[in-house]
Design a protein around this ligand. Sequence first.
Ligand SMILES: CC(C)(COP(=O)(O)OP(=O)(O)OC[C@H]1O[C@@H](n2cnc3c(N)ncnc32)[C@H](O)[C@@H]1OP(=O)(O)O)[C@@H](O)C(=O)NCCC(=O)NCCS
Length: 201
Amino acid sequence: MKKFPLSSVVVSDIRSEQSADIERIAEVTQLAFRNAAHTCGREHSLVNALRAAGALTWSLVAISGEEIVGHVAVSPVTVSRSGGDWFGIGPLSVLPRCQGQGIGSRLMESALSRLRGAGARGCVLVGDPGFYARFGFQSDRTMVVCGVPPEVTLSVRFCQCDDGGSVEFHAAFSAAMAGPDGTADANLPPSLTRSRPRDDV
Ligand SMILES: CC(C)(COP(=O)(O)OP(=O)(O)OC[C@H]1O[C@@H](n2cnc3c(N)ncnc32)[C@H](O)[C@@H]1OP(=O)(O)O)[C@@H](O)C(=O)NCCC(=O)NCCS
């Protein structure tokens, strides 16, 4: 049976981040991933690293009342055989108490609509098709992220093109993923670097 939240959260706006939002974005990201099925525990550092590198194409926040309740990052990716701009989406974060109320979907739709409007050729992410298929993402074997299973390498095209090949996320991804010993799966978005059972508490 579907669970309904005790109190619903009304999102009044999806807007670009402002400098006063930065700490809260890190907090929301950390809280969202705390009990996530796949996490490296450093998704908030990744957002900060993308920002520091000037690689946050969009950093969108979902506002409820005066509060930031969700966030999504968009950054450029390189696709080895491409005639234009491709982007990566993620991390995508919604406060645990606000999940399941359409906020993640609104952030995704907003990011995709901005990318389309900006003339992007498409975008790529590593994630669960159970969630991302609803936005048009599918496993496309012509898009290859080194070390990532094709079934979770998802992409959506905004144009009819035969772009494809090797996909590289911004270097901030590998830097944020590097553990204390400096080792990491090259080029793999952090949310899938370590898997653990979902904590439903
Ligand atoms: C994933 C996440 C962003 C979704 O945001 P949300 O606001 O809870 O999602 P929405 O309310 O828009 O959509 C809910 C739907 O997504 C599904 N869903 C949510 N998380 C999912 C996941 N990890 N895998 C598959 N489906 C998922 C729900 O079952 C629900 O499906 P339904 O509409 O068929 O009932 C949010 O749950 C979250 O922050 N999770 C922790 C961080 C994370 O895993 N981020 C994604 C990886 S980068």
